[in-house]
Design a protein around this ligand. Sequence first.
Ligand SMILES: [Zn+2]
Length: 441
Amino acid sequence: MYHNILKLVRDWYFVQASPNDPKAQSLPLSDELIGELLQYVTSHEVGHSLGFRHNMKASSSYTVEQLRNKEFTKKFGVEASIMDYGRFNYVAQPGDGARLIPIIGPYDDFAVEWGYREFPDAKTYDQEKKELAKITARQLEDRKLRFGDPDPAEDPSQQTEDLGSDPIQATEFGLKNIDRVAGFLVKATAKPNENYELLGEMYEQLLGQRRRELGHVVNLVGGFVRANLWYPEGKKIFDPIQAEQQKKAVKFLIENGLRMPPSLVAPEILDRLESHGTAGRILASQQVILRALVNKTRIDRMSEFEARSKDAYKPADLFGDLFEGMFSDLRLQPGKPIEVDLYRRNLQRAYVDLLASFLENPADDSDLPALARHSLQRVQKELPGGSLTLEDLSPTVRAHLTDLRTRAEHALDPIPSAPRPDRSPVVLPSRRRGATSPDQN
Ligand SMILES: [Zn+2]
């Protein structure tokens, strides 16, 4: 076992399960509870010693309703195999009474039977193979017995650190629990006459859990479910996620992932941890989501899905939905001033710059540069400004809008059409640092 597994299970249990377990709402956790968590880890490692690989399909075998059900989780655990990386039940809500710690599940019993059962009547290898095939055939009817390698970025049913068959629903409940943990974070971690080191550590853990859960939703977009079936049963091994579900995932990410909840930027926490730096941290976590969502690999996969099926969620749909969500607070509405806070301004700049990056040496085997170019043209043309009267804008928002349009313009037309006015012998130090001259772009 990993030498610092005690810390690892403490961190996971605290950020995932503590809202459902009053014993875990104050650190350190009791030896008794840590013992139970170690029992889970040990069972998993014994699984490896019996020859079992990780089965990352197993945690997507149960629905969110089942994960919140006391009787169901008591009997079947929180994932169909202890060999998954499902972790603790972050989906269950206070009052559900659901099991929180994984146990040996139906897939494990199935795998043990296939690997270790003896067939006294089978005299030859072929006879034994027939008996084994009967066991394997149960996978056709019972999805709890299916197997999948880790394939997180492409197949949302084979992700690590996830629970439940619907990542959007699971994350929706998970984020509620993260909100709850944020609410008792200071009380749970601070002790009289001690500093705030543990508070800082667990705050980072909480943000990490949030990133992981939102990442599970990202992977629905342009995702497919892979079935581990052979001929003749396996007819559609790679089955793209329904377009409607992909669209819902993007909407969820815009509303939840690209906005920071007040509970996680609460002065009660931040004033104890740092004077500044929060805006940068928030932007960094949102950039992780953006780059995971809009990159060549994912867009190219979506283009192929579009080529194969008219019902696909198209890359153009994604760019359209992102444009609407990303710049929704910049739309002019009569009698209503435009307000964009610092976190949103940072995000909007970062998105424009991300789009611009796809136009540097644009790939010719991808729709990505074309779609990025179209979005940048929309930034240039559709955001308020130009001839519009801007009385309703604060100086900061006015500058922000001009800046966004100028960034888009430069990305679309990097070669200046007229000589630059700065060719005087006086060179400001900040210009020197710019490194590239316009001719090199
Ligand atoms: Zn393992």
